[in-house]
Design a binder for this molecule. Structure first.
Ligand code: GFB
Length: 314
């Protein structure tokens, strides 16, 4: 473990957002790194409270930080709670990044999202597409907050020499995901819809929108592995895309989930719900050129997720 540019071994590592899907995957992943994992629940530390964050950092003295705490949600939650998505995410990232600087954190990885890119960016989307065009309106609030997070990392690097980097994952799913219908992302939403339709012998499930948008999916365990890899190996100004290259239409995703669940019903559409961006496949060549690859393909990840939801729902 000592042969990487920034080894976690022996370090005090704070995982902000450790109860979330990505944060919990990071905690599982770094169990193998011989480090001390620091975490604080929402009751113990309100990340939107600057004083509380500063006091926690001063007391706990983390050396490395994974900034995976955020207000997240699917297309409908983003579209209907713009103030929460903008305010909470700006506060969380500004408080943590500034406290990390004040307390001499050696390395910080900030987690963003592929929605930071323009709605009609050239595909696959390279890191250089940032700020080249208009954002997708359903999630521009979240996107603006995440762009500000990238810029905070760059600014503290430029002004103070802080080793703060940013990773932009594609659409994620996995263990510990949110399955609440009104706020979840599409993959867990469809796992739940198919499960229910099968249990009730319903003839069909209903997709929001047209079913034609394309999305790229990655399992949270792969994402956590990439984030640890970047913390260990990457130190530069520009953010890094974290994608799988596995892109499907929403309709095909529903068919894959149906097949994995043994559900034979048909697909209806609800055009009153938004489609969002038509396509957001990321170009992850920068990451793969460093020597990192995902290991969980979409079919295997869906099978695992369907099985996990079956246990939750039982
Ligand atoms: O995953 P999702 O909610 O978010 O939706 P985005 C992806 C696509 O799936 C959209 C369609 O075209 C939805 O209309 N869809 C079909 C559904 N049925 C459903 C359903 O039952 N539930 C949901 N949620 N979608 C999010 C951003 O965008 O992506 C966030 O809002 C974040 O900010 C995240 O960036 C990664 O992929 O459109």
């Amino acid at each position: 473990m000592g042969d990487v540019p920034y080894a976690l071994s022996g370090k005090r590592v704070y995982v902000a957002g450790h109860r979330g899907m990505v944060g919990s995957a990071i905690v599982r992943r770094i169990a193998a790194e011989n480090c001390t994992v620091l975490q604080a629940t929402r009751q113990e530390l309100d990340l939107t409270n600057q004083q509380a964050v500063n006091a926690w950092f001063a007391q706990n003295r983390p050396e490395a930080v994974f900034l995976a705490a955020a207000k997240v949600g699917g297309i409908l939650a983003n579209d209907t709670q713009p103030a929460d998505f903008l305010y909470e995410n700006l506060m969380i990232e500004a408080n943590i990044i500034h406290a990390a600087y004040l307390n001499g954190v050696e390395k910080l990885v900030f987690l963003g999202s592929s929605c930071i890119y323009p709605k009609f960016a050239a595909q696959p989307i390279a890191e250089s597409a940032l700020l080249e065009g208009q954002l997708e309106p359903t999630n521009e609030w979240y996107a603006i907050a995440k762009i500000a997070g990238i810029k905070l990392c760059q600014a503290y690097r430029k002004q103070h020499g802080a080793d703060f980097i940013s990773a932009m994952p594609t659409n994620l799913y996995g263990t510990g995901d949110n399955y609440a219908p009104a706020s979840s992302h599409v993959l867990p939403a469809l796992v739940r819809k198919v499960h229910q339709a099968k249990a009730e012998n319903a003839p069909s499930i209903t997709l929001w929108g047209s079913g034609t948008p394309l999305r790229e999916f990655m399992h949270a365990d792969d994402c956590a592995d990439a984030l640890v890899f970047l913390m260990q190996h990457y130190s530069d100004h520009e953010h890094v895309n974290v994608g799988s290259g596995q892109e499907v239409t929403i309709r095909d995703l529903a068919l894959m989930i149906g097949a994995a669940s043994g559900y034979q019903g048909s697909i209806d559409l609800d055009p009153s719900k938004p489609d969002g961006t038509p396509r957001k496949l990321m170009n992850s060549a920068k990451l793969t050129a460093m020597g990192w690859q995902p290991t969980i393909d979409l079919e295997a990840g869906i099978a695992r997720t369907v099985a996990e939801f079956g246990e939750i729902a039982a």
